[in-house]
Design a protein around this ligand. Structure first.
Ligand SMILES: [Zn+2]
Length: 219
């Protein structure tokens, strides 16, 4: 089957961020992002700005999940819109900086796509985490990645609940997507987990390039 996606009426995807270190002891994303900060050739695609970024550098430095509070729960509207006061928890300060750089959350100025890279100690393999069943761009992207990863499995987890307000780091983007790969002990890098994550990102960026060209072939 071949399908053509009309992107003429939409602005397309221009800015993509890849976040590592939201949890400072999840080493695959941290290692990949640091590698891409040094040399971005692997993540460059036509017409796309791709920014690799360490979200919680203090936690990464200490190889701990977080310093004061979980960064991945810190992007509440209250946190990111409150006036600056002294003595805010470190991750709340970071959430505000990240929201200024990649958001503001919920606006047209926000980054188009944010991939947030996580590891888990549980044996869940490669999992893509979506926050909305209405995000047609993300649904197409995970479909493409799943097919491209075969025969390796790549699960998709829909974390959607009508009463749930997302305060994840990636929720700053128009199209947030979590990438969680395991099993990997915290503070440790396993080559197979690292390579799976690297391949997911390669496929995801290939998809975005194809999407922008208006040509997605499903065969
Ligand atoms: Zn994590």
């Amino acid at each position: 089957m071949s399908s053509r996606i009309n992107t003429r009426c939409s602005p397309g995807v221009k800015r993509v961020a890849i976040f590592g270190g939201t949890h400072g002891n999840e080493m695959s994303g941290i290692t990949l992002v640091n590698m891409w900060i040094k040399n971005a050739a692997e993540i460059e695609r036509n017409g796309l700005v791709t920014k690799p970024f360490i979200t919680n550098p203090k936690a990464v430095e200490k190889c701990t999940r977080y310093i004061d509070t979980d960064l991945n729960r810190a992007f509440t509207l209250a946190n990111i819109s409150a006036p600056d006061v002294e003595g805010m928890p470190y991750e709340v300060q970071r959430a505000r900086e990240i929201n200024r750089m990649f958001g503001p959350k919920g606006t047209q100025d926000a980054y188009d796509v944010i991939f947030d890279l996580h590891n888990t100690t549980s044996n869940m393999g490669s999992t893509l985490i979506l926050e909305s069943s209405q995000d047609l761009f993300n649904l197409q992207m995970v479909h493409y990645i799943k097919k491209a990863m075969a025969p390796h499995t790549c699960s998709v987890l829909l974390n959607e609940h009508p009463q749930l307000k997302y305060s994840t780091t990636r929720s700053v983007a128009k199209h947030p997507i979590g990438v969680e790969v395991g099993p990997q002990p915290q503070g440790v890098l396993r080559s197979n987990v690292f390579e799976s994550m690297r391949t997911i990102l390669k496929q995801a960026l290939d998809f975005i390039e194809l999407f922008n060209s208006g040509e997605i072939n499903e065969s």
